[in-house]
Ligand binder design. Structure first.
Ligand code: SAH
Ligand code: DHB
Ligand code: MG
Length: 225
């Protein structure tokens, strides 16, 4: 049993899928043993990302914020033969754990993990003319979410699906000014996203094993508007 009714329901829902996935369980265990913070997406939301990537037919995915590669594995497993995922991570230690987890998942051939500040890596990718990515998952530090989104649009194309994690923050985003830079960063991102004519966007509140949070979903409709 979990700590909240939402956690119990997540347990129930995950139970419906049968025995826990050994690779994903091992990835979380390895991350835990290495001292990484327990802030991966929940199993239910990893599954959700996987289904989104499949529904979208994503062949190239950009992830911003790798941690131990848990969401990376869920997303990369949705790629077709020849598909690619690039994940950006600042902490070499996190990237190292993620690389082991990705290797354990048999996904090394389709996943690249690039170490560095995400803004630096995104700048390099933009200059190099990388992309267009079919899907972008934003899940790194929260203050620059708006800047990450700008890069996502630049590295995308009409139809690219942009998903941003942690845009509800236990409802703190709805409570006005905050002295938490993560909250204000997300508030700034949410407000910009809602009024951005280049995308069609929606916010989805989510509850589950990790409490109350949510994701923003956006599709690029016209990158030049
Ligand atoms: N997507 C992961 C969780 C990511 S947690 C999952 O769901 O499994 C956020 C990650 O972003 C952490 O590993 C953190 O080190 C990384 N991060 C924080 N600031 C960053 C930055 N400026 N550039 C790149 N990565 C950053
Ligand atoms: C937290 C959760 C996240 O999913 C994340 O990407 C960053 C931080 C948190 O709970 O603090
Ligand atoms: Mg997150």
């Amino acid at each position: 049993m979990g700590d909240t009714p939402y956690a119990d329901v997540d347990d129930y829902l995950e139970g419906l899928f049968g025995a826990p996935d050994r690779v994903l369980t091992a990835a979380l265990e390895r991350s835990d043993e290495a001292g990484l913070p327990p802030i991966s997406v929940s199993p239910a939301l990893g599954r959700y990302l996987h289904v989104l990537a499949l529904a979208h037919g994503a062949r190239s995915i950009l992830e911003i914020g790798t941690l131990g590669g848990y969401s990376t594995i869920w997303l990369a497993r949705a790629l077709p033969e020849g598909g690619r995922l690039l994940s950006l991570e600042y902490e070499p230690r996190h990237a190292e754990v993620a690389r082991r987890n990705v290797a354990d998942a048999g996904l090394t051939d389709r996943v690249e993990i690039r170490v560095g500040r995400a803004t630096d890596s995104l700048d390099e990718l933009t200059r190099a003319g990388a992309g267009p990515f079919d899907m972008v998952f934003i899940d790194a530090d929260k203050p620059p979410y708006t800047e990450y989104f700008e890069f996502a649009v630049r590295l995308g194309r009409p139809g690219t699906l942009i998903v941003a994690d942690n845009v509800i923050r236990d409802g703190k985003v709805a409570r006005g000014p905050s002295d938490d830079a993560a909250v204000t960063g997300v508030q700034r991102f949410n407000a910009a996203l809602a009024r951005d004519p280049r995308v069609a966007a929606a916010f989805v509140q989510q509850v589950g094993a990790k409490g109350h949070d949510g994701m923003a979903l956006a599709v690029i409709v016209d990158p030049r508007r």
